[in-house]
Design a protein around this ligand. Structure first.
Ligand SMILES: [Zn+2]
Ligand SMILES: [Zn+2]
Ligand SMILES: [Zn+2]
Length: 239
């Protein structure tokens, strides 16, 4: 390396170091500003709590505790109300939080269980009242049952129809396509990509085959396997 190149490298390192220093300074500055804001939020929370009494004070404390956990510590609520952290826990956990049902509009209270669970689920299913929720559960249970029954009927039909008819079904076409894809469109014995066929190793689960129930073979290997009787007998089909 000549002197010129060394100078270039030094200059590059220096430019990067300048940016790194700027980054660190900005990071430290931002953190300090965030801390100031956090302190402001806490002191406002405390002041607002101290300005209230009785149930209203507890209600605001409860809202702060459940909805502002990023900034408002239990200690902040305790300080504002003049209670120990332990007492705050006792009454916030016992509190019922008023919510409005999204389905019927009724107001209802629900006991809180954990501050951690709150966030994400708050605006979704938790805002249905218990009776609407039960109705919705029953509807989805009925749908699930109907779906399961239909699936069972479909499988039964696939299992009992003549094999030649089975080979024409969308189900088999899809199962066969997926088996070929899994095998990389090659014979699983000799790697030949031409004229591949999908063979049932067992018919036990016809209509709901597992991956292991099938093997992808080229014409040659398929014939050899059948001649040697290594695989189960086909039911007169082309598979
Ligand atoms: Zn409702
Ligand atoms: Zn083969
Ligand atoms: Zn076969």
């Amino acid at each position: 390396m000549n002197g010129d190149e060394e100078n270039k490298i030094d200059a590059a390192i220096e430019r990067i170091a300048v940016l790194e220093k700027a980054y660190d300074e900005l990071e430290a500055q931002t953190k300090a500003q965030l801390l100031v804001l956090k302190e402001q939020i806490r002191s406002i929370a405390k002041a607002e709590l101290r300005a209230l009494y009785g149930d209203e004070q507890k209600y605001l404390g409860s809202v702060l505790y459940w909805h502002h956990k990023k900034w408002v510590a239990v200690r902040t609520v305790g300080d504002g109300i003049g209670l120990s952290e332990h007492s705050v826990y006792t009454w916030v956990y016992a509190a019922e939080y008023k919510k409005k049902c999204v389905t019927c509009g009724a107001e209802f209270g629900e006991p809180m269980s954990s501050r951690g669970q709150m966030g994400a689920s708050w605006h979704s299913w938790r805002t249905q009242c218990p009776s609407c929720k039960q109705k919705a559960d029953e509807v989805s249970q009925r749908k699930l049952t109907a779906w399961q029954e239909e699936r069972a009927r479909n499988i039964e039909a696939l299992r009992t129809m003549p094999y030649s008819e089975y080979l024409q079904t969308d189900h088999w076409r899809e199962v066969r396509r997926r088996a070929q894809k899994r095998a990389g469109f090659r014979c699983e014995i000799c790697n030949n990509p031409e004229g591949i066929q999908v063979h049932h190793r067992t018919y036990e689960r016809r209509g709901e085959e597992r991956n292991d129930d099938l093997i992808v073979l080229c014409e040659n290997c398929h014939r050899t396997f059948h001649e040697n009787g290594k695989l189960v007998r086909d039911y007169g089909g082309a598979s």
